[in-house]
Design a protein around this ligand. Structure first.
Ligand code: TRP
Length: 336
């Protein structure tokens, strides 16, 4: 049977959180174990240029993220991993796709509108890179002609945009690019990881209140302190109810996903416990065990190892990208 190609891009901005781990990264770990999958992921360092960033910050983010992906268990022998700027052909496809897109289409993108309104009352002017963000994303994808793209809910619109471009290419130029489908990485039934002090809101890496967010590289004593300080309720019963018990439910989701058991099973474990402090300590232990492992792996990786990892599949990936781009260029009439 032919393998299904799964593709995903990870933005290289900011530090990764427990929410990122549970919500999406841990999914990649499962997917790479399936022999029927070919998993390709990349770090979107070109997309990272759409907000002002220094060379030092950019390099630090990319290295930190790459190290974390490896530290959590992404295995370069099972998952092909590259840096967006390593595959230069993406820029050529980006240009071609830009000729098939209208400015109006781009201006209607939710992410663009959000970013544009946020910038509107500051002196910062919106770079065209932000407007063109979805075209580069489409180019990332179309260059590798995958069966599935793994994205969070917030990227669904960009994926629809990509699918429209694929249909246009196939119709106008008679290419045979696969109509890629989304695999949404977010957890089901509202089981997103929420902010510890404000469990009605998503855990975010850019939260002003640092007690809301657990970063994968946080000091473990800090992690414990944050979990013990999580907002709960006064019922002193531990069960899952997103509406009435958002804080307790959040801790249950964290506990059950790290332990790889169902929510039901987790509820059963705590059926007779009425002490929230004890409950939080047990959850904190579970989280700290996970983070201790990740952090140990993380600190064992050096820059040389990272370069080795980035070169591991580069030849193959470049060949795939060249082949797909040449097919498109040929159909369009760019190759004599
Ligand atoms: N925009 C994606 C995000 O913020 C990252 C990304 C860039 C991506 N190019 C992609 C994801 C291609 C999937 C496929 O998460």
């Amino acid at each position: 049977m032919e393998k299904k190609r799964l593709f995903s891009g990870l933005t290289s901005t900011g530090r990764l959180t427990l929410g990122n781990y549970i919500g999406s990264l841990s999914k990649l770990l499962k997917l790479q174990e399936d022999k029927n999958n070919e998993v390709i992921i990349f770090i979107a360092n070109l997309h990272a240029l759409t907000i002002p960033i220094t060379k030092a910050e950019l390099l630090r983010n990319v290295k930190e993220n790459l190290k974390l992906y490896i530290a959590i268990g992404i295995d370069p022998k099972k998952t092909k991993i590259y840096l967006q700027s390593q595959i230069e052909k993406v820029n050529e496809l980006f240009y071609i796709l830009s000729t098939m897109t209208t400015i109006g289409q781009l201006e209607r993108m939710t992410q663009y509108k959000d970013k544009a309104t946020k910038q509107a009352n500051s002196t910062f002017k919106i770079p065209t890179g932000i407007l063109f963000y979805p075209i580069l994303m489409a180019a990332d994808i179309i260059l590798f002609n995958p069966d599935y793209v793994i994205v969070g809910n917030d990227q669904k619109q960009h994926l629809e945009f990509t699918r429209d471009l694929i249909l246009k290419l196939n119709n106008n130029y008679d290419t045979d690019i696969k109509l890629v489908e989304a695999k949404i990485a977010d957890l089901k039934e509202g089981a997103k990881i929420m902010a510890l002090k404000n469990p009605k809101q998503k855990m975010s890496k850019s939260d002003q209140n640092k007690d809301n967010t657990i970063y994968l590289l946080d000091d473990l004593l800090e992690v414990k302190r944050k979990i013990l300080g999580a907002l709960t309720d006064s019922e002193n019963k531990i069960y899952y109810d997103l509406e009435k018990k958002a804080g307790v439910s959040n801790l249950l989701v964290i506990y059950s996903t790290i332990k790889n058991i169902s929510l039901k099973k987790a509820e059963q474990e705590f059926k007779n416990l009425t002490d929230y402090r004890k409950f939080k300590e047990i959850v904190a232990d579970q989280v700290c065990n996970l983070l201790a492992k990740i952090q140990k792996n993380y600190h064992n990786l050096n820059d040389d190892k990272l370069i080795e990892i980035l070169n591991y599949n580069l030849k193959y990936l470049k060949k795939e990208a060249n082949k797909n781009l040449d097919k498109i260029k040929d159909k369009i009439g760019l190759i004599l």
